[in-house]
Design a protein around this ligand. Structure first.
Ligand SMILES: [Zn+2]
Length: 330
């Protein structure tokens, strides 16, 4: 037994390191429907059964209708994940925060909501397109991190939701044409499709990335080069994580735009990026909606914010995977 343990433990350590490194692996798959995604068919009796086995910590998948969720399926889980699965009140509490953050008309772009355990992938949240034309998205929220230190401690979960929805906002079919290939794309190509000329991400790229694009292309090859690139161009980014790629940059800019109380003056490029969002009326309305719904709240005698301080989320001072445009590692 001891010998087996001696072998198994190092193997598990290696596997868990590997799992963190490939944490964004589900980003590039196109999930056409939940049963196909899990590689299994639903229960023959037709109810939302517990048949699918997820490979990335999946616990329960919901369908989003309007701003309400209804269960599509529970994944086959055991142990701690089973406890999480049974704790439906927590799923609903997380969803109630999503509802406060994302206006119902914006939720039309997101028809699925997944509760998962983020330990497998090392991520606190993710989004992925479920239609190739980018018109429909799934958001996943890691229930274990959502309750780390208490529900939405330090506004971390709110920040995750804002950042993740920032990807949907900037990569959906009103922003990108998924039918145009990289070769024939005249604007910025984030990977999922060709950005429309007036899209948020194309504006950000053409104004604040284009002049350093070839330098960035070289830098993203390894992390020490990425670090040097970031040090050189620090004043361009709201967080270190934002320098990962334009996809992460715009999600971080959106989250900072939302969480920063005052409108910046535009002294740095990072501030100018935030001002780009102030130029778009619909984004200002989105920001107002979030700030109104997550206003200062009293908790007993203490007054707490549901929003974090800008740029303070856990991975703000790290890099993500430069080759993925919509992944948030924990
Ligand atoms: Zn992200």
């Amino acid at each position: 037994m001891r010998n087996i343990k001696r072998i198994i433990i190092p193997v598990l350590i290696v596997l868990s390191i590997f799992a963190v490194n490939v944490s964004c692996s589900n980003d590039e798959e196109i999930v056409l429907n939940p049963t196909e995604a899990s590689g299994e068919t639903p229960d023959s009796d037709g109810d939302s059964g517990t048949t699918a086995e997820g490979s990335e910590g999946e616990i329960t998948l919901y369908k989003v209708t309007g701003n309400e969720i209804s269960k599509i399926q529970d994944y086959k889980v055991t142990g701690k994940d089973l406890e999480y699965q049974k704790d439906v009140a927590k799923h609903k509490e997380i969803w109630s925060l999503v509802k406060k953050i994302v206006p119902v008309e914006q939720l039309k772009k997101m028809s699925e909501f997944l509760i998962y355990n983020g330990e497998v992938t090392g991520s606190a949240g993710f989004v992925i397109e479920i239609k190739r034309d980018l018109s429909d998205w799934r958001m996943g929220i890691a229930i274990n991190y959502a309750y780390e230190g208490g529900f939405n401690a330090r506004g971390e979960l709110a920040y995750t939701i804002i950042h993740e929805f920032g990807h949907v906002l900037t990569l959906n079919d009103t922003q990108l044409d998924a039918a145009v290939t990289q070769e024939s794309c005249k604007n910025y190509f984030p990977g999922e499709g060709c950005a429309f000329e007036k899209s948020y991400i194309n504006e950000l790229h053409s104004k604040f990335w284009n002049d350093i694009w070839s330098e960035y292309q070289d830098a993203k090859k390894d992390e020490s080069a990425q670090q040097k690139f970031y040090e050189k161009y620090k004043e361009r980014y709201v967080t270190q994580y934002a320098s990962t790629n334009p996809g992460e940059d715009i999600a971080e800019v959106f989250a900072t735009f939302t969480t920063l109380k005052e409108k910046p003056e535009g002294k740095t490029i990072a501030e100018k990026k935030i001002l780009l969002m102030y130029n778009r009326e619909e984004l200002v309305n989105f920001r107002d909606h979030i700030r109104k719904n997550l206003a200062l709240r009293k908790k007993g005698d203490a007054v707490t914010f549901e929003l974090p301080k800008p740029g303070t989320w856990k991975q703000a001072n790290s890099f993500g995977n430069p080759h993925k445009t919509k992944c948030r590692r924990h």
